[in-house]
Design a protein. Structure first.
Lengths: 334, 497, 337
């Protein structure tokens, strides 16, 4: 009996299938972008510039990994942007203003992420709220919370060189010779590998995909949908906490109330990388690639003379295009 | 055939206003393929839903493997060994075949899922059944036929003892049906009990051992397949005494003009090269079984769904209908089959619903002329005898029959000359039904023309001047009312190719 | 409780609106009592004309934003771009006014047109391309933020004061007019007129009828022969236009607009709308309710500020309000089904 093959020669090629069509397209786009920027800007390929790209990528990658889990269940988490700032502000506040040990600050940052993630998950799975609305509300709440905790003042995590500033070295290690090594890349890679394994090779990961694919069928198979849906948001919250650590280690001061807009970069990156808003599909690798495109845009555009405002317009348009392609993909499936 | 494995005796089930199952019996033996047949609404699905615990029975007993059982949900039934393979497959499209089959009971290697073992086990399963499917393939990329086989394999892996197939061949190609039958024969050899729900006579004759026929919620009888003919089965399906007089002759004038002509309408698998005519003052009945494509034909005609090709002529003039707006403009109105989803706007009032298709005519300048709207709404409430405290009443608070009247009112307000009624009396009590019939007769007497899609044989025979029958997307018969009988209609409704 | 609901007056005004009004009064009393306690400053007397005027400043522009987004939510969609669109309009028009010396009247029109343009963009993307409204409006929010900044070359824009030498300050009278000794809250009056117009559109015109029915059951409306795509787009266009109008009332009070900001207003506008009884699932909307919801938000904002607390408490409370109100709406819907 013959399988009615859908698609064409390219999409049916086994190697292409194994990697994923979208990822290949993304890599091509990535290469084109890199070529474009290196041609248009002489300073793009400088080591300092690459380090800068890395700084943007770390936190965005963690956010991307986290929100991918929500997207796969067919939901979304809009609180990751302001959340990242809030948790970093809280942790940093404890370290710099309350003179608590750095490790406490780190733990609090992560803990806050987990708690808010859990709250999001419960509101969505038990409360029945639409994910975008629920996480929109928590986005507002953590935005206010962050500012209240710090009393409105900006926070800077301890800088490199000071004894408390060791978190910075975690992400950018300065060798004795003076060169800085983008160590953070290792953590991102590690996280990506671990979460990819989690998603594809463990039961919770499998059930999260199943929920996004067909919630009712998953429920009928006897799986506790609420539990695994909540787990997805919890993971997202945890990674927002990690992103907070990455951000505070890479950048200087953080103003309360900031972070709005960052979530769209992360979500956009995930969608570009092949994660569908309708749920059921998505890979960690794809998200990392998509997020990479976003951070390259963010660092490259200024180098060709386009400031932040142009970036916003371009990223907005990129997001629209990515969503449209996603909508078309889904139309074709049904 | 072996011993009896499943007995359903005296199953009775009622819903508000509907006696869905009236003391139904069913007996399934090991190593048997037992067909369950009946018209739409005969109660076949309901019976199976009672068996698998989706509905609870009012009375009667279910005996499985010698013990009396009562399941409260499909999972319980599945764990006990009774599985349904649905028409709408319940699958996780984004996962692979093996992952689907073993969802919830994955093989583990430590903390991780052992996909390799799952693929192996799936392959073993498929080999046993003689199915050729790659367990690593993504589910959504398979054809419907293959997806169904996966579902069967899943059932077997759950150690099923009774498998129920609900219209399994509807979406399959001839070759896939052959494969399916091979598997079913294999299952029979393994002493499973199989219930096969289908309306396809030729398949019943090929694959089944016995046939149980239901009619109007009741049990009619059980025949041995090889000892009976297609006509025997048809007689059992439709052999009801009709109390209301069927129409004996067409009410349409001999010289009545053709108001609507449809030629070579094509809209996917469900509408294949359908052509028909509607004359002025005529009630054209559209009969057929579920999945015949009647609603799809009407929706394509009305512009609600896209069509690939087809010409439509209204009063002799060719018209281009690409959306419901076009159809309405040409004087065609469509009363959907699913009133709650497509017909009424539940949290709006009777008046607002009534003028939904004609709002332009109820404007005073920029504003809605509420008085005029209420007046016309009240006019039709009176004409149709809609039971409502007032035209401001929200439609959600009305009974089914009265909701239907509001939808009818909407099209009457529009004064459409051509009306398509899709299952107009579904879910409506007897009193309201005859009111709607009366109304339909009045409408055609006034010169309007009606297409009536219906799955109720009595209704078709009572109201139609002419009857078109469809089967699986094709028009398979056309009868004038004088020559129409239940048997003839059912014959055409089950005529494939 | 039921007896109250049956009362004729209650029915006419609307049970929900009355409840909201009571909440408004209670909130006022609450602040009047709390403020002197929390804020030890001698001037912190909540019960004063000055505070009411200040709250009204906020209510003016927020009112127009909320009115606009009510139309979109009525269709079952959402618009997250309204805040930044408002700012973008104010920035672009303000730039033309102050840097290019365009006549004021023209700039006011331009301001509104920018809003309309974004509304049209959102509407077309959502209805004709089928993109989900929340992510679409978030993307256009980014575009609005960026565009505003690009047009003003990243500089903030300050609209002229009342006594401005160019004579262009007269638009301030739209917000507040000085008649002798009295300050007449023109802005509020215009808002109420605007609300009345919106209510008429929503409840008495074809557009409003279609918009509400589309939010309730889009397919049933389509099958009745109505061009649903056009009318749904109209809801977004109205929303954008009202955001453009809101811009005028914003600069009329707060003068300066910074590029890149504005998104906090989105949530507050949605909160006001949702509190007023407009359902996020579409099909049910109340202009009167939205108005009272906006007043509650204005009061909340003023009270929190006067108490000496930061605006951040408002963010938290707003978030909680929306969660709770929408949950209540979901619960009552589920019970009905």
């Amino acid at each position: 009996m013959t399988n009615k093959k859908k698609g064409n020669a390219f999409t049916n090629n086994p190697i292409v299938r194994a990697i994923g069509v979208q990822k290949i397209v993304v890599v091509v786009v990535l290469i084109l972008l890199l070529v474009f920027f290196s041609v248009k800007s002489t300073s793009f390929w400088s080591y300092a510039s690459l380090l800068s790209i890395m700084d943007y990528t770390y936190y965005l990658a963690f956010l991307g990994i986290g929100v991918t889990f929500c997207l796969i269940t067919g939901g979304v988490d809009l609180s990751i942007g302001t959340g990242m700032f809030c948790y970093a502000l809280a942790g940093g506040f404890l370290i710099t203003k309350m003179d608590l040990p750095v490790i406490v600050g780190i733990l609090v940052t992560l803990a806050m992420g987990i708690v808010v993630g859990l709250a999001n998950g419960l509101i969505v799975s038990k409360g029945g709220h639409a994910p975008f609305l629920a996480t929109l509300c928590t986005m507002m709440i953590v935005r206010g919370l962050g500012a209240i905790i710090t009393g409105g003042s900006s926070i800077t995590w301890p800088i490199a060189g000071t004894p408390e500033g060791w978190t910075r070295n975690l992400f950018k290690f300065t060798l004795p010779s003076g060169t800085k090594v983008p160590l953070g890349f290792l953590w991102v890679l590690l996280a990506a590998i671990i979460m990819s394994l989690f998603l594809n090779k463990t039961r919770p990961g499998r059930y999260i995909i199943a929920i996004g694919s067909n919630k009712e069928a998953t429920r009928l198979s006897g799986i506790n949908v609420a539990k695994y849906q909540t787990l997805a948001y919890l993971i997202c919250g945890f990674f927002t906490g990690l992103a907070a650590l990455a951000y505070s280690s890479a950048f200087q001061s953080m103003t309360p109330g900031g972070g709005g807009g960052v979530e769209l970069n992360a979500i956009g990156g995930a969608i570009i990388g092949g994660t569908s808003m309708s749920g059921g599909s998505g890979t960690i690798a794809g998200t990392i690639l998509g997020v990479f495109i976003m951070s390259i845009l963010q660092t490259g555009l200024p180098k060709v003379g386009l400031q932040a405002n142009y970036q916003q317009i371009i990223i907005g348009v990129v997001l629209l295009v990515a969503v449209y392609i996603d909508v078309l993909k889904n139309k074709k499936l049904s | 055939m072996g011993d009896v494995i499943l007995t359903m005796k005296g199953i009775d089930k009622s819903f508000p206003g509907v006696h869905a199952l009236d003391h139904v019996d069913l007996e399934v033996r090991k190593g048997e393929v037992h067909a369950l047949m009946g018209e739409n609404g005969a109660g076949k699905s309901t019976l199976m839903k009672v068996l698998t615990g989706i509905y609870s029975k009012d009375s009667g007993t279910i005996t499985f493997e010698g013990r009396e059982v009562e399941f409260t949900n499909p999972r319980e039934a599945q764990d006990a060994g009774i599985v349904i393979v649905h028409q709408e497959l319940n699958m996780l499209g984004h996962l692979t075949v093996a992952q689907n089959i073993f969802i919830g009971r994955e093989f583990m290697k430590g903390k991780f899922i052992d996909d390799r073992k799952m693929n192996e086990e799936a392959r073993k399963l498929f080999d046993q059944l003689g199915i050729d499917i790659d367990p690593t393939e993504t589910m959504s990329r398979l054809t419907v036929g293959k997806q169904q086989m996966c579902e069967i394999a899943k059932a077997i892996s759950h150690d099923a003892k009774v498998i129920i197939f609900d219209e399994p061949s509807a979406a399959l190609t001839e070759a896939e049906i052959e494969e399916l039958f091979k598997i079913i024969r294999d299952l029979r050899e393994r002493q499973l009990g199989i219930v096969y729900i289908s309306h396809r006579m030729d398949e019943i004759k090929v694959i089944t051992d016995r046939v149980t026929v239901m009619r109007d919620g009741g049990y009619v009888g059980t025949l041995i397949t090889k000892d009976c003919t297609k006509e025997d089965i048809i007689n059992m399906m439709v052999g009801r005494v009709i109390y209301e007089d069927p129409k004996t002759e067409s009410q349409v004038a001999k010289d009545a003009p053709v108001v609507l002509k449809v030629e070579h309408l094509n809209a996917g698998r469900m509408v294949q090269d359908v052509s028909f005519e509607l004359r002025k003052g005529e009630i054209l009945g559209f009969s057929g079984l579920m999945g015949a494509g009647r609603t799809e034909t009407m929706r394509a005609l009305f512009g609600a769904d896209p069509k690939q090709s087809g010409d439509i002529y209204v009063n002799g003039e060719k018209v281009d209908i690409k959306s419901p707006k076009d159809a309405v403009r040409h004087g065609i109105g469509y009363l959907s089959e699913d009133r709650k989803r497509f017909g009424i706007i539940v949290d709006k009032s009777v008046a607002e619903n009534s003028t939904m298709a004609t709002l332009d005519e109820y404007m005073k300048g920029l504003f809605i002329d509420k008085k005029k709207e209420n007046d016309v709404a009240q006019k039709y409430v009176d004409i149709l005898k809609t039971k409502t405290p007032g035209v401001d009443q929200l439609v959600v608070n009305l009974s089914g029959g009265n909701q239907q009247k509001v939808v009818i009112a909407k099209w009457l307000v529009r004064n459409c000359d051509i009306l398509i009624f899709d299952e107009p009396t579904r879910g409506i009590d007897v009193g309201a039904k005859s009111e709607i019939y009366h109304l339909m007769n009045e409408l055609v007497a006034e010169g309007k023309s009606i297409i009536m899609v219906s799955s109720e044989m009595t209704e078709i025979l009572r109201m139609s001047d002419r009857i078109v029958i469809m089967c699986e997307g094709r028009k398979t018969g056309e009868l004038g009312i004088e020559e129409a009988t239940q048997e003839r209609i059912m014959h055409a409704a089950t005529l494939r190719n | 409780m039921d007896k109250i609901k049956e009362n004729a007056f209650v029915k006419k005004v609307g049970f929900n609106s009355l409840v909201l009004f009571c909440i408004l009064i209670l909130l006022y009393i609450l602040f009047a009592v709390l403020v002197p306690i929390v804020n030890s400053d001698a001037n912190a007397n909540f019960v004063s004309w000055a505070h009411i005027l200040s709250a009204m400043n906020y209510a003016c522009f927020m009112g127009f934003l909320s009115l606009g987004v009510t139309f979109v939510i009525a269709t079952g969609g959402i618009d997250f771009s309204i805040g930044p669109v408002m700012f973008c309009a104010a920035l672009i028009a303000g730039y033309q006014l102050t840097m290019k010396e365009w006549p004021l009247a023209l700039c006011l029109v331009l301001c509104i047109l920018v809003g309309t343009a974004f509304g049209t963009l959102n509407g077309l993307l959502v209805t004709y391309l089928g993109l989900p409204s929340f992510i679409t409006s978030m993307a256009s929010m980014m575009i609005a933020k960026g565009l505003g900044s690009v047009c003003t070359k990243t500089q903030p824009v300050s609209w002229p004061q009342l006594s401005d030498a160019s004579g262009n300050g007269w638009y301030r009278n739209l917000v507040r007019t000085q008649i002798g000794d009295m300050t007449f809250p023109t802005g509020l009056v215009i808002l109420v007129i605007g609300a009345v117009i919106c209510a008429i559109i929503l409840n008495k015109t074809k557009a409003g009828r279609y918009i509400l029915c589309i939010g309730s059951n889009r397919e049933a409306v389509r099958l009745s022969g109505v061009n649903t795509k056009g009318w749904e787009t109209l809801a977004y266009i109205l929303c954008g236009t009202l955001a453009g109008i809101a811009a005028i009332f914003y600069v009329g009070v707060y003068t300066t607009v910074q590029p890149g900001l504005g998104d906090t207003f989105n949530n507050e506008a949605i909160a006001g709308c949702v509190m007023g009884g407009t359902s996020m699932t579409g099909g049910v909307a109340s202009i009167g309710g939205t108005l009272i919801g906006v007043l509650i938000m204005a009061l909340l904002q003023e009270g929190i500020m006067t108490m000496g607390l930061q605006i951040n408490y408002q963010y938290i409370i707003t978030g909680l309000i929306v969660l709770v109100v929408v949950y209540a709406d979901l619960r009552s819907r589920r019970r009905r089904n």
